[in-house]
Design a protein around this ligand. Structure first.
Ligand code: GLP
Length: 263
């Protein structure tokens, strides 16, 4: 895992957006995996700026969102589908036919999950997957104990997740208790993974998933097994990491590798 520590939320967002933009420029019909929550909002704002000011082109980009609450229709103001349109899609030139978000009000979730996995496969797999992390270490809605082999499926939300996400709803009772989520197995098949995290509240969980043992109790720790995962943190989220000095040295000196070849 490459660990990039940044000064704060804005720098984290800018760096993340720049990586995504560079990948889009390299492959104009890239398949992105996208995330929701408070953390990626700054990244999406920066991508919108790059689209408006630098002409970053989303016209051939495909995207698959990680998850959606069961019971909310795509137009519900608290749905992840609505979030994505408000915070990214409606501001860029993405083709609505290329946008996939799990359908929270499906009558047949099992069949839907099978169909979603099939669409990812048909698209050629996910090139770059963006992730946030929940307070209990989850990625997407893969709560503690989720199998590392899991595929897109229905998952019951943990008490901590319901409490954490209540801030987006009028009342805690309104937070759905179930979600459709890509599995850890689905996420791990992405060619590249980019996880962003900020704030002191997540410092403990960052130390555990980056430097602790790989365990299904902290599902983000599965990323230790991925061959191209990058974590961008702000200083506060990185404050409990033990190997900060090494990560910063690598961040600032990566370009020197060429100088060492053939010495
Ligand atoms: C939800 C989402 C996750 C997200 C997490 C953290 O649980 N399913 O994909 O990473 O929230 O959200 P936030 O960025 O608001 O802390």
């Amino acid at each position: 895992m490459e660990i990039i520590i940044t000064s704060g939320y804005d720098e984290m967002s800018r760096r993340c957006a720049r990586i995504i933009a560079d990948e889009i420029k390299k492959k104009y019909d890239i398949v992105l995996g996208l995330a929701t929550g408070g953390t990626p909002i700054g990244t999406y704002k920066e991508l919108i700026r790059l689209h408006k000011e630098d002409g970053l082109d989303f016209s051939k980009v495909k995207s698959f969102n990680l998850d959606e609450y069961i019971g909310l229709s795509p137009l519900h103001k608290d749905s992840y589908n609505f979030f994505m349109w408000e915070n990214l899609f409606k501001h860029v030139n993405i083709n609505p036919g290329n946008v996939y978000v799990p359908q929270g009000d499906t009558n047949d979730p099992e069949e839907f999950c099978r169909w979603y996995e099939e669409q990812i496969k048909k698209a050629g797999g996910i090139d770059l997957q963006l992730l946030g992390i929940g307070g209990d270490g989850h990625i997407a809605f893969n709560e503690p104990g989720s199998s590392f082999a899991s595929r897109t499926r229905v998952k019951a939300l943990d008490k901590q997740t319901i409490e954490d996400n209540a801030r987006f709803f009028e009342r805690e009772e309104d937070v759905p208790r179930f979600a459709i989520t890509m599995g850890i197995g689905t996420i791990m098949e992405a060619r590249k993974i980019l996880l962003i995290v900020n704030g002191e509240k997540k410092a403990d969980v960052c130390a555990r998933f980056i430097e602790g043992p790989v365990t299904s109790q902290i599902t983000a720790s599965a990323l230790q097994l991925h061959n191209h995962a990058t974590v961008i943190l702000d200083k506060a989220a990185a404050s409990k990491l033990a190997r900060t000095e090494y990560y910063n040295w690598v961040r600032d000196n990566k370009h020197l590798v060429k100088k060492w070849i053939g010495r």
